[in-house]
Design a protein around this ligand. Structure first.
Ligand code: NIG
Ligand code: FE
Length: 407
């Protein structure tokens, strides 16, 4: 990709924000700043300037005429489990036949099934699989990405997963953040010895991960049947000593205190939130923690959708992400996520656009470089055909509308 160029004849340049805006919340989420018939100038892969075509600079720069197509900021997928060994299509069929996700997990399937397969797969094979998924996601417009560990569940295999993520960071042209999710499930040998596994995370996994600088964030699956609030707090305090800020899986399976635990531990985000009451909404209102909703897992597991509408009406910011993983959300198509968020989480198309861009960037600590058209930010964009309105994009559901991605 070129380092210096000017894109000209942009039908609509969308998602322009001042550099002080790190996130959008409540009513702000319904607005998108747009320039019609615009140019954008890129220097050293960063946005140098943008404006109306009549003010397009006359330079020696390479010009790329997009003839009226639209240009939007690249999507930020702030929650994925992109490194895994195999699909879990057999569990999908078990669910079609009536079992629930929790039944399957309690029988040793689910996350433990993925862990068993990942433990016996070598690092290179895992890397190749994840690299292919990442390339597909990039082609769809995902231009910053988070990837979690959590299918290793042993010192060796958690490190193996995070080393794969480190290689992806080095090899792919987009920003990637790594999240350590050793506390994704209790391995069966620790079923009756939770403290034993927590000690393994605290005394062995965290120091090794910090030593190799393999993680940017820490995550815990704080939910019914997984990690309790007390267990989560113990792990998060230990991670804080290594400088790892939390991004928490919470309130997917019940009102279990995940939101409060996330906020009390200064989490950057709390993700899922299919179960949330006014108490949690008020708690989030007094915090810097981004609520992230994951419509793909509600769709695939047939569980309730997080009430995004009530959250925005209460004045909260909302982010949406794919939750790409083999158990609850085997897709990374953020265009489909956009449509689901509108149809089932109650977001309006413009709100979902902001949820996927600037609020996604916030949920990854990337608001200073991603998520909007702002001078100085990284030049990562998606061009699409022109639409009649932004509302038309999620209406055409389950399509990849990225005509070209720029990074
Ligand atoms: O975000 N809820 C916890 N973790 C993943 C699912 C993991 C799996 O089933 O493999 C999620 O839905
Ligand atoms: Fe997840």
């Amino acid at each position: 990709m070129l380092k210096n160029y000017i894109i000209t004849n942009i039908g609509q340049l969308m998602g322009i924000l001042p550099k002080e805006t790190l996130l959008l919340k409540g009513e702000e989420m319904g607005h998108i700043n747009v320039l019609h018939n615009a140019f954008i100038e890129v220097e050293d892969r960063k946005i140098k300037s943008f404006g109306l075509m009549e003010n397009c600079p006359e330079t020696e720069s390479h010009l790329v005429n997009i003839h009226g197509d639209w240009l939007i900021p690249g999507f930020v997928d702030s929650h994925t489990h992109m490194v895994f060994a195999n699909s879990r299509h057999n569990e999908y069929v078990m669910r079609l036949q009536g079992k629930t996700y929790e039944d399957i997990a309690a029988e040793g399937g689910g996350i433990l099934n993925s862990a068993k397969k990942l433990q016996s797969m070598d690092e290179d094979t895992l890397y190749k699989k994840a690299h292919k998924f990442a390339e597909e996601a990039i082609a769809g417009g995902t231009l910053a990405l988070e990837i979690k560990s959590g299918y290793g569940l042993s010192v060796e295999s958690e490190l193996k997963m995070l080393r794969v993520v480190k290689r992806l960071k080095n090899d792919l042209p987009i920003s990637i953040k790594a999240t350590f999710l050793g506390a994704h499930a209790f391995p069966s040998e620790f079923k009756s010895n939770h403290q034993g596994y927590i000690d393994l995370i605290i005394k062995e996994m965290l120091p090794s991960i910090a030593n190799e600088q393999l993680a940017d964030y820490i995550d815990v699956f704080c939910d019914k049947g997984f990690f309790s609030v007390d267990e989560t707090s113990q792990i998060l305090s230990a991670a804080a000593a290594f400088g790892l800020q939390p991004k928490i899986h919470g309130n997917e399976l019940g009102l279990t205190g995940g939101v409060q635990t996330a906020v009390d531990n200064n989490a950057l985000s709390v993700d899922h939130l299919e179960h949330i009451s006014d108490v949690e909404i008020n708690y989030l209102l007094n915090s810097n923690t981004m609520p992230v909703i994951l419509p793909g897992s509600s769709f695939f597991l047939k569980i309730p959708y997080a009430p995004g509408r009530s959250m925005i009406d209460a004045g909260l910011p909302v982010c949406i992400a794919s939750d790409f993983n083999p158990g609850s959300s085997p897709h990374h198509n953020l265009w489909f996520t956009w449509s689901l968020a509108c149809l089932y989480n109650g977001l309006l198309p413009a709100e979902a656009f902001n949820a996927l861009t600037i609020n996604g960037a916030y949920a990854l600590g990337l608001s200073n470089s991603h998520g909007s058209i702002t001078e100085g930010k990284k030049a990562c964009f998606i061009s699409t055909r022109p639409f009649e309105s932004i509302n038309e994009i999620p209406y055409w559901f389950a399509q990849n509308h990225a005509k070209k991605v720029w990074y």
